[in-house]
Design a protein around this ligand. Structure first.
Ligand SMILES: [Zn+2]
Ligand SMILES: [Zn+2]
Length: 366
């Protein structure tokens, strides 16, 4: 039985600002509740409203790379066929049934029940929607309280540079008491207050270096979410790059793979949502703190070796996000998907991974 309903409010790495990263997750077992958490907040209410307007029968993906008049590409192009039965366009019917009013009211109702945002890192494409949406917390008919959580480097930056009464009002002030910024501890289990059956573990990872000083690392996070009743687990990643090499470097991403192999049975690992910003054709020096398809396969190979399962990572769902929508003739998401499938097929133990794209506007039930 599936555990997680993951709605892709945004799943690219820009530069189009309407689809940057935000995943809204609800538990399958609580059909009678609207409660959710979000990983990142690149977009928000606008995306929720558009998803409420979708015709669920119209299973296309918005793309700007086809014929100008085309109504989008069929979703089958972006999904492994094994995952196709587990996706719905927009939100599942059970959620629609619980909402009343017009689209704006329904969207704000869904927003009201987002209890927690887990932010991977404070780059704009991961927080912009969440910030612009935040005054709705005080909307009288749909008052709510929210927590913004993350590792200290994220939360300290949000306090200092965003909710500072300059860039944005200090809505996190204790005087208002509705928006709480809360630091998490690296690699420590945090129990979600919104969905208490979820254990959430953050891991710090590398995400390139500063433009102005190449010697200073930029950090990001990944989150491992486990249902503490069923043990089913998903891994959701922010932007990241492979571990650095050198005498003083720490193995950060490697610790994530070790943790999974030691704590989560392969059959409980329901999906990995991970960035793959670039095609394998991009020069390694131009990855700017991100993965490319060949680098992602290297990481999956490491995970495969740690599990050391005779069947390899058989039937693991890998869903890629944060593709950079670059100047190309063809949708870059499809280029990268094809590379992952072709190159992955040649790697021992990775042949039976399913690769799909976290396309905006769909809900994955896994
Ligand atoms: Zn990003
Ligand atoms: Zn980033």
């Amino acid at each position: 039985m599936p555990d997680f309903k993951i709605s892709i409010l945004g799943g690219t790495g820009g530069p189009f600002e309407h689809s940057t990263q935000c995943f809204m997750i609800r538990p399958v077992r609580k059909e009678d509740s609207l409660d959710s958490i979000c990983i990142d907040g690149g977009v928000g209410l606008g995306s929720i409203a558009r998803m409420l307007q979708y015709n669920p029968e119209n299973r296309t993906v918005d793309d700007f790379y086809g014929d100008e008049t085309a109504a989008g590409q069929p979703v089958e192009k972006y999904m492994d066929e094994k995952l196709l039965p587990n996706i719905v366009k927009g939100f599942p019917k059970t959620l629609h049934n619980r909402l009343n009013g017009n689209i704006a009211q329904k969207a704000m109702n869904i927003y009201q029940h987002i209890g927690e945002y887990y932010i991977t890192h404070p780059h704009m494409d991961h927080i912009a929607g969440m910030i612009i949406n935040s005054p709705v917390i005080f909307e009288p008919a749909v008052l709510s309280k929210k927590q913004i959580l993350g590792l200290p480097f994220t939360i300290e930056s949000m306090e200092k540079y965003i909710f500072n009464d300059i860039i944005w009002p200090q809505l996190s002030s204790n005087l208002l008491g509705r928006l709480e910024l809360k630091s998490l501890l690296d690699q420590e289990v945090h129990i979600s207050e919104t969905i208490p059956e979820w254990d959430i573990v953050p891991f710090k990872v590398y995400h390139g270096s500063k433009v102005a000083d190449k010697n200073i690392d930029v950090s990001s996070s990944v989150y491992i979410i486990t249902n503490n009743i069923t043990n089913n687990t998903i891994l959701i990643c922010g932007d990241l790059e492979t571990d650095h090499t050198g005498p003083n470097e720490r193995k950060l991403l490697d610790q994530v793979w070790t943790y999974l192999a030691e704590n989560v049975k392969l059959e409980n690992l329901k999906a990995i949502i991970i960035e793959c910003s670039n095609s394998a054709s991009v020069d390694e020096r131009r990855l700017f703190g991100h993965l490319s398809s060949n680098k992602l396969l290297d990481e999956l190979q490491t995970l495969r070796n740690k599990y050391n399962n005779p069947q390899g990572l058989s039937n693991l769902h890998v869903i890629i996000s944060h593709v950079k929508m670059v100047y190309e003739d063809k949708d870059p998401r499809l280029i990268i998907l094809e590379e992952l499938r072709t190159l992955g097929n040649k790697r021992s133990g990775l042949e039976n991974i399913t690769f799909s794209v976290a396309v905006q506007g769909y809900t994955f039930i896994i």
